[in-house]
Design a protein around this ligand. Sequence first.
Ligand SMILES: *[C@@H]1O[C@H](CO)[C@@H](O)[C@H](O)[C@H]1NC(C)=O
Ligand SMILES: *[C@@H]1O[C@H](CO)[C@@H](O)[C@H](O)[C@H]1NC(C)=O
Ligand SMILES: *[C@@H]1O[C@H](CO)[C@@H](O)[C@H](O)[C@H]1NC(C)=O
Ligand SMILES: *[C@@H]1O[C@H](CO)[C@@H](O)[C@H](O)[C@H]1NC(C)=O
Ligand SMILES: *[C@@H]1O[C@H](CO)[C@@H](O)[C@H](O)[C@H]1NC(C)=O
Length: 431
Amino acid sequence: MRSSPFLVLFNSLVSALPQVAFPFNSQVPTLAREDQAYAFQLASTTFVSDDGSALVYSLASAPAWLNLDSATRTLYGKPGQGNTGPNVFKIVATADDGSVAMDCTLVVASNSAPALVGNISADLARTGPLSGPTTLLLQPSSAFAITFSNNLFGDSDTIQSYYATMADRTPLPSWLKFDSSSLTFWGMTPVLVMGSQTYEVDFIASDVAGFAGATTTFNLLISSNQLAFHPQTENFTVTPGEPIILGPFINQLRINSGQVTISQMQKVVAETPDWLSFQNSTLKLEGTPLHNFESKSVSITVTDTYGDTAVKNIFLHTTNASLFNDEVGNQTATAGKPFAYTFGQLVLTQSATSLSVDVGSASWLQYDASKRKLQGIPPTTSKASANIITVTASSGSQSETQIFYINLKAAAALDFDLLFLDHSLAHETQR
Ligand SMILES: *[C@@H]1O[C@H](CO)[C@@H](O)[C@H](O)[C@H]1NC(C)=O
Ligand SMILES: *[C@@H]1O[C@H](CO)[C@@H](O)[C@H](O)[C@H]1NC(C)=O
Ligand SMILES: *[C@@H]1O[C@H](CO)[C@@H](O)[C@H](O)[C@H]1NC(C)=O
Ligand SMILES: *[C@@H]1O[C@H](CO)[C@@H](O)[C@H](O)[C@H]1NC(C)=O
Ligand SMILES: *[C@@H]1O[C@H](CO)[C@@H](O)[C@H](O)[C@H]1NC(C)=O
């Protein structure tokens, strides 16, 4: 293009005046509501002045309830009942050598605003890994699609339209498309030369077309770095009461297939039960699962100095360690003679918090749970019998059963044996 000194002079004269670059009503401004405080910050690109001189903002022919803070470009105020409907006014930007006025319309509604009710994180997580609660990690130069639940902003009947803008209310970049009928953001992420880039997106539900009823913000983090644990998920079997060491997992953390160094780790967060201690330099977990331990998942999240995030998920399965150390084994009782048996530490583990006993048909037996003692005197007239006893040990929701027999001997047979024994002993002594 040819240029002449005259044209240059002409251009600089014109551009010294501020100009409207991004009209208020293109910014999907927040809707005002009767009797509710209102605030909306104008995009920094609303007005431009090429010579870079500071602009001062003011209102003209505005309703009395509306104010404008020039320093922060924020419209604010509290409309009353008489203000419902379209409120028309001008925003004036003034530079040293002139000013420009922009026509604006702001609707004041009497109905209540829609609100975010869904879980934006859960919706984002369906597309890919999150590097923060509302930050979706995307690879550069790759196709993506994020579909939000249609009840994200509550009853979809009250919503007239959906809009998407960047967080400063400027239009989405050309690589990011939004389909308002399916609530889908899609496109092809840009090429990155290095490092990473975050795009902050405003997702807007509107009950009055052209205005924002409810706004939620999410981030797209486009990163050429691939920070990841290999493997990402692991299962371990742990036994309550037995110490374990898990990791160090730093050896599994790679950035672009190279080993991550400690200096590249900016933030390390582990979500672990209290009994597991965590070493954030090596990503090692160490501890002894409690006796009532049941299966649990643990996670380690590492953020690198480029803002990339990797999560290691660890699932701890418990082997329900036996509540018994040993078999009780068969016991012998004699008709007419006291019998007693105590379930001691040789038989029960410490984790067995309670023990119940079913004596079956041996009604002469009593079980004292406080002493864990089984006792009684079988009637003298009892015949020899095998009595099955069932013991159940439990700990929390875990329980375990074992059986043993009390083999009962009849009185007569035993008396005869003893007499015989006594005789022979006496005989021997006399000799
Ligand atoms: C939202 O979803 C995320 C990811 O699925 C989950 O971690 C979080 O607990 C959910 N939040 C609520 C409030 O349900
Ligand atoms: C880990 O355990 C979970 C839950 O039992 C199971 O779904 C998963 O397949 C296991 N993963 C591996 C790698 O063994
Ligand atoms: C590791 O833990 C120490 C002590 O709590 C803390 O000062 C440090 O910032 C942590 N390092 C990382 C990478 O999170
Ligand atoms: C225990 O006693 C029962 C019933 O008398 C018997 O059948 C079983 O063989 C005995 N077990 C042992 C190990 O002695
Ligand atoms: C551990 O015991 C509980 C309760 O008895 C049971 O639900 C669970 O399946 C057991 N787990 C294993 C691995 O045996």
